[in-house]
Design a protein around this ligand. Sequence first.
Ligand code: GUN
Length: 291
Amino acid sequence: MQLLDGKKIATEIQNEIREKVEELKSSSKKIPHLAAILVGSDGASETYVQHKVKACSNVGFESSLIRLDQDISENELLSRIESLNENTNIDGFIVQLPLPKHIDPEKIRLSIDPSKDVDGFHPTNVGKMAQGINTYLPATPMGILELIKRYNIVTKGKHCVIVGRSQIVGSPMSILMSSAIENGNATVTLCHRFTENLEKFTREADILIVATGIPGLITARHVKEGAVVIDVGTTRVPDATKRKGYRLRGDVDFESVSPKCSYITPVPGGVGPLTVTALLLNTLKAATEFK
Ligand code: GUN
């Protein structure tokens, strides 16, 4: 069993991005600028956004964090988005999810200018991705593709089983893994909450990607000997031995599953750092290629 070290790969890619930023600086070009909107003070969202802002400073990007009150009206949020759409100093921006219940996430997604949608969530960008047109890929699937690529994991002709059909991870991952792209060309099965006999499908996976948010869902009996297992889950579970009172737990029961795998991602330190890094790659694209 070999660990897929997301932290190491993320550092490698961030070093590459930093070099590109240096080149931009030395030719007096604009430094990429990412903005993030955070509504309310959900603990996990707060942490993710902090990681994104810190990653920007690591690679030499500019960043702006816009904190908005939990009770902000949908209209007020839409008008803040409109001003980011119009602000030529901002190359790309994200609205951190989940949003408070009184705000319709679909309206928000549609309001972001697709040319600045570095999360790749706008239907224009999802459509382009599905048709193989160069665009922003959603960060977590893109990060997973990078991880697969940099560990030289063969995907062509392999059976990739994805558990979870979210718009952020499972659904786009299923499109990308089956596409005719580098690190795609797999045969894909997409499982979800209504899949009957989950184990029957997951046991067939050469590559198993799990993104459900259900800690420990996948155990040894779900996994074929020699499979590649990628765990996207990061749920906070109470742990009195930790300073913060919780620890992060993946969707995969690492202890029982890891001895069976050829490769497996740890949680934390697997997919998470690559999600942040993929967002940086999209922001670089927004500031250069898509300008
Ligand atoms: N919440 C969980 N993952 C993501 C993500 O990739 N982008 C945004 N904006 N919010 C998230």
